[in-house]
Design a protein around this ligand. Structure first.
Ligand SMILES: CCCCCCCCC/C=C/C(=O)SCCNC(=O)CCNC(=O)[C@H](O)C(C)(C)COP(=O)(O)OP(=O)(O)OC[C@H]1O[C@@H](n2cnc3c(N)ncnc32)[C@H](O)[C@@H]1OP(=O)(O)O
Ligand SMILES: NC(=O)C1=CN([C@@H]2O[C@H](COP(=O)(O)OP(=O)(O)OC[C@H]3O[C@@H](n4cnc5c(N)ncnc54)[C@H](OP(=O)(O)O)[C@@H]3O)[C@@H](O)[C@H]2O)C=CC1
Length: 255
C-alpha cells in the first residue's frame, strides 16, 4: 500500500492492544489513518498507543460482548471507513468436553458480538462507503476438529459476510473475511503448546508461519478498496494450510 492511502480515513480495530490487532493498527496509522482501537484491557491498548506515537490513535476499553456498550460506542463514532473485526478467539477442547457455557461464550464472541458490531457500524459505513474485514480461520466450513465451537462461529461470520455483501453493495459497502495461517502471537502461544505450534507450522505447505506484517498488509489492502470487486469473499492467507493433502492423509510425503 502506498503512503497516505488511508489519509483522512477512520478505522475501528477491535483487539487493538495485542497481536494481529496491534500490527493492523500500526500499519493503518503508518498509511495515514485515524485508528480507534478497543479491547477489554486498558494496558495493552496504552502500549499500542506508545508504539504508535501519534494522536491519530485513540483507544478505549470496550467489551464487544457487552451489547449496549458496544452499540453506543460504535454509534458515537459517526462516519467509518473501515471496521476490522479482529477481537476473537477460542479454547481447544474435544467437542464432547465443551460445556454449554463454553460453547455460548465462544459463539457469542466470534459470531454474535462480531455480527452486532457490523450491524451497529452500518450507518457509519454507509455514510463513507466503508469496508469490513473480519479475521477468521482457514476453511471453517470444512470443519476444524478441536475447535468445533469456533469453526461453527467463523463459518457463520463467513456466511453473514457473503449475505451482507450482496445486500450492502447498493450502499457501496464491501465486506471480507481474512483467514491467516498460524501467526505466532502471544495469544496463539497461550492457546497451543510450542511443540503443537511447531508441528502446525512444519506441516504448512509453505513451510512457515504467516507473519504479522503479511496479515496487516492484507487487512490494509482489503480495507483500501482494491478488492471491492470480490466483496463477500473469505481470503485464506494461510500458506496452503487449508488445503487437503491426500498424500499426507495416506502417510506419504507431498510431492
Ligand atoms: C488440536 C488442533 C486445533 C487447531 C486449532 C488451531 C487454531 C489456531 C489458529 C487460531 C489462533 C487464534 O485464535 S489466536 C487467539 C488466541 N486468543 C484466544 O483464543 C483468547 C481466547 N479466550 C477468550 O477469548 C475467552 O476466554 C473465551 C474463550 C471467549 C471465553 O470467554 P469468557 O470469559 O466468557 O469465558 P469464561 O467465563 O472463562 O468461561 C466460559 C465457559 O467456557 C469454559 N472454558 C473456558 N476455557 C476452557 C477450556 N480451555 N476448556 C474447556 N472449557 C473452557 C469455562 O469452563 C466456562 O464454562 P463452565 O465451566 O461451564 O462455566
Ligand atoms: N494467531 C493466529 O494464528 C490466528 C489468529 N486468528 C484470529 O485473529 C484474531 C486475533 O488473534 P491474535 O492477535 O493472534 O490473538 P490475541 O489473543 O492477541 O487477540 C485477541 C484480542 O481480542 C481482544 N478481545 C478478546 N475478547 C474481547 C472482547 N470480548 N471484547 C473486546 N476485545 C476482546 C483481546 O484483548 P483483551 O483481552 O484486552 O480484551 C486481544 O487484544 C482472533 O480473532 C484470532 O482468532 C485467526 C487465525 C490464526
Amino acid at each position: 500500500m502506498a503512503d497516505g492511502t488511508f489519509a483522512g480515513r477512520t478505522a475501528l480495530v477491535t483487539g487493538a492492544g495485542t497481536g494481529i490487532g496491534r500490527a493492523v493498527s500500526l500499519r493503518l496509522l503508518a498509511l495515514g489513518a485515524t485508528v480507534v482501537g478497543v479491547g477489554r484491557r486498558a494496558e495493552p491498548l496504552a502500549e499500542t498507543a506508545a508504539l504508535a506515537g501519534t494522536d491519530r490513535f485513540r483507544h478505549t476499553s470496550l467489551n464487544i460482548r457487552d451489547r449496549e456498550a458496544a452499540d453506543a460506542f460504535v454509534a458515537g463514532l459517526g462516519g467509518l471507513d473501515l471496521l476490522v473485526n479482529n477481537a476473537g478467539g477460542q479454547f481447544v477442547a474435544p467437542a464432547t468436553e465443551i460445556s454449554r457455557r463454553g460453547f455460548d461464550a465462544v459463539v457469542d464472541l466470534n459470531l454474535t458480538a462480531q455480527a452486532a458490531l457490523v450491524r451497529a457500524a452500518y450507518p457509519g459505513l454507509a455514510a463513507r462507503r466503508g469496508r469490513v474485514v473480519t479475521l477468521s480461520l482457514s476453511a471453517p466450513e470444512r470443519g476444524i476438529a478441536g475447535i468445533t465451537h469456533s469453526a461453527a462461529a467463523r463459518a457463520g461470520m463467513a456466511a453473514l459476510t457473503a449475505s451482507l455483501a450482496r445486500r450492502w453493495r447498493a450502499d457501496g459497502i464491501s465486506l471480507f473475511c481474512l483467514a491467516p495461517g498460524t501467526v505466532l502471537t502471544d495469544g496463539v502461544g497461550d492457546e497451543l503448546p510450542a511443540e503443537v505450534l511447531a508441528r502446525i507450522v512444519a506441516t504448512t505447505p509453505l513451510g512457515r508461519d504467516t507473519t504479522l506484517a503479511e496479515v496487516a498488509e492484507w487487512v490494509a489492502a482489503l480495507g483500501s478498496g482494491v478488492a471491492d470487486a470480490v466483496s463477500g469473499t473469505l481470503f485464506e492467507v494461510d500458506g496452503g494450510s487449508g488445503l487437503v493433502s491426500a498424500a499426507s492423509l495416506m502417510g506419504q510425503e507431498d510431492r
